[in-house]
Design a protein around this ligand. Structure first.
Ligand code: ZN
Length: 286
């Protein structure tokens, strides 16, 4: 069962509006612009109007999309993309804005959180002196150019990560770093899986470290465990929660109460870790 970034953000009780009127419900925010799902739901020719509303002490502009296929009011905030409201035809602006007033807090929180487009949530430039989170600790990045040749190397030593790289263009550094994190992930996740499995004693296949935008981990039918290297940027308690979550899937394939009870054996605070990921997951990159 995959732990999906998109799916997990979609059920977050902390980010959902508290109560929705009976005929109205809201779609949760999508955190990524991976919108094939979204575009499939929306006919190409739907009219879109730009509107504005005063909410609290700010004026918020939003796009109002009318879709014959929509059954209810749907609110979406995407990184860098602002607020979009989709309604069935015939819903008045007064009705939309009445619902928006009820959701003021949710809307303003989401707009602040997703003001930036994906890929720029962490704005720190990757230069010498940049502090990188790593497996619950921190590393100071040191960039060097090789004296000879173009070979890239990365050495971690006493809180420093020394990256020797011929081309220090941001994208080159970023991908060299990601490759390094991914290699480290093999060691870190193997160690954490072994640690928590002393409790569960499940048998599993191989452990693979993935570079994925929308999944933290997964457990295949064959019992192979996959983890996202970006978890190395998260607190250890969060990384451990995903390890425990995927280990628990070796026994329980779905997210049933039995599954969560199994997770809770090693991670009683799993709700807290899950909420942390929903909130901060999109920031786990450089
Ligand atoms: Zn799961």
């Amino acid at each position: 069962m995959p732990e999906n970034v998109l799916a997990s953000s979609s059920t977050s009780p902390s980010t959902s509006p508290s109560t929705a009127p009976s005929a109205v419900s809201s779609a949760p925010p999508s955190r990524h612009a991976s919108s094939d799902r979204v575009t499939r739901q929306t006919p190409v020719s739907t009219p879109v109007r730009q509107r504005a509303i005063d909410l609290g002490d700010t004026t918020i502009t939003y796009r109002h999309r009318i879709s014959p296929r929509a059954r209810r009011l749907r609110f979406e905030v995407r990184p860098g993309n602002g607020l979009e409201v989709t309604t069935p035809p015939g819903v008045s602006v007064a009705r939309i804005e009445a619902v928006m007033r009820e959701k003021t807090r949710w809307i303003t929180t989401m707009l602040v959180r997703y003001a930036q487009p994906p890929g720029s949530v962490v704005a720190a430039p990757l230069v010498t002196g940049t502090i990188l989170p790593f497996a619950g600790g921190h590393l100071r990045l040191v960039l060097e150019t090789p004296r000879t040749g173009t070979r890239t190397s990365a050495v971690m030593n006493e809180g420093e990560l020394r990256l020797t790289i011929a081309n220090d263009a941001p994208e080159v550094v970023r991908s060299a770093l990601a490759a390094w994190y991914r290699r480290q992930g093999r060691r870190v996740f193997a160690e954490r899986v072994a640690y928590w499995n002393t409790h569960y004693c499940f048998s599993f296949g191989r452990i693979a470290i993935r570079d994925q935008k929308s999944r933290w981990g997964s457990c295949s039918r064959q019992g192979n465990l996959n983890f996202n290297w970006r978890l190395l940027l998260a607190p250890t308690s969060v990384l451990d929660y995903i390890v425990i979550h995927e280990l628990s899937h070796l026994k329980e394939g779905n997210h049933s109460p039995r599954f969560w009870a199994l997770v809770a054996e090693c991670c009683p605070s799993y709700r807290e870790q899950r909420d942390w990921l929903r909130l901060h997951g999109p920031e786990l990159h450089f």
